[in-house]
Design a protein around this ligand. Structure first.
Ligand SMILES: NC(=O)c1ccc[n+]([C@@H]2O[C@H](COP(=O)([O-])OP(=O)(O)OC[C@H]3O[C@@H](n4cnc5c(N)ncnc54)[C@H](OP(=O)(O)O)[C@@H]3O)[C@@H](O)[C@H]2O)c1
Length: 287
């Protein structure tokens, strides 16, 4: 499937490029194509003549966005619409990655794809807006919600990833405070990239949840990484209220991977296995 990949220099883009069949994907980074420039996206689509446009461009510094939403609205909503529109005009499908942060975090069960978006922070509002605009612009859309992404390339938009930050702080001997009351399904971008390929091959449209299997708090996720690496920093679980981040986060945003199951995609492996594989690849664990 001829695929145009926008926002290709993201950590997820790195894994798509090494997972998807060689030669099938035309990657364009931010410098090659700004997704908020409709003319530029149209030119990119005309050049690549794709059957599928994947848009990974994002502005997702959650706390900064709470104070200054303009850039996030531009990239996550307007940019999402531009890519979906240019794809539709060319007769191509569009795939875009959304987030568990479109949910408030209250249900006491994993969120289903059919649950209404009800974000608790401004970043979630910009992504929920992107979801709606894409659906209006292109009937052949696949909006994939995932959460807590980490990959070997590190999130360029966030300056690394949670696991590397934790391990660095532990090495520096700093006492660590990590929230223990936000539970999610953190997901390895290598696993997500493979599942996206399966979803694209299945021709699945609509909203799909794709996360590694399981549910874990950020505190327990850090603890798991430390255990696997054999390090024992001073780690304390704190409440979100005590941590005091500018943006609120959902307390429970585990996603049920319903559409993937319906179209026969096997569940992504458990959080623990994915993390161990990541740590091995990064050289934090001996084989
Ligand atoms: N990271 C997470 O925890 C997480 C969780 C759930 C969903 N997601 C979603 O998953 C997707 C991939 O995330 P990621 O962590 O792999 O992202 P990432 O590594 O932070 O990369 C984001 C990319 O978007 C590019 N970009 C920003 N503005 C752009 C624009 N106007 N035009 C074109 N490119 C632009 C950035 O380029 P520059 O750096 O050059 O600006 C960067 O390469 C995003 O849609 C994100 O919202 C992420």
């Amino acid at each position: 499937m001829r695929t145009l990949l926008l926002g290709a220099q993201s950590q997820l883009g790195y894994d798509i490029l090494r997972t998807w069949p060689e030669g099938a994907v035309t990657p364009l980074g931010h410098g090659d194509c700004d997704v908020t420039d409709l003319a530029a996206v149209r030119a990119a689509v005309a050049g690549a003549r794709p059957q599928l446009v994947i848009n990974l461009a994002a502005w997702h510094r959650v706390d900064d966005i709470e104070r200054d939403p303009a850039e996030a609205l531009r990239v996550n909503a307007h940019g999402a619409w531009c890519a979906a529109t240019a794809a539709a005009e060319h007769g191509a499908a569009v795939m875009w990655i959304s987030t568990d942060y479109v949910f408030r975090g209250l249900p006491g069960r994993p969120y289903r794809e059919s649950d209404p978006a009800d974000p608790v922070n401004v970043y979630g509002v910009t992504k929920a807006a992107g979801e709606r605009l894409i659906a209006l612009a292109n009937p052949r859309h696949c909006v994939v919600r995932s959460s807590g992404l980490y990959g070997v390339a590190g999130a360029s938009g966030k300056g690394g990833n949670f696991i590397e930050t934790m391990l660095r702080l532990a090495r520096e001997g700093k006492p660590l405070r990590v929230v223990g009351d936000q539970v999610l399904g953190p997901t390895a971008t290598s696993d997500l990239a493979q599942a996206l390929l399966a979803l694209a091959r299945a021709g699945a449209y609509g909203i799909a949840h794709l996360t590694n299997a399981g549910a874990i708090s950020w505190h327990d996720f850090a603890l798991l990484a430390f255990r696997l690496c054999g390090v024992r920093p001073a780690l304390t679980a704190v409440t979100s209220a005590k941590y005091g981040a500018p943006a609120a986060r959902p307390a429970y945003s585990v996603l049920e991977n319903g559409l993937a199951r319906e179209v026969g995609i096997p569940p992504l492996r458990p959080v623990e296995e994915a993390l161990a594989a990541y740590l091995r690849e990064k050289g934090h664990l001996s084989a």
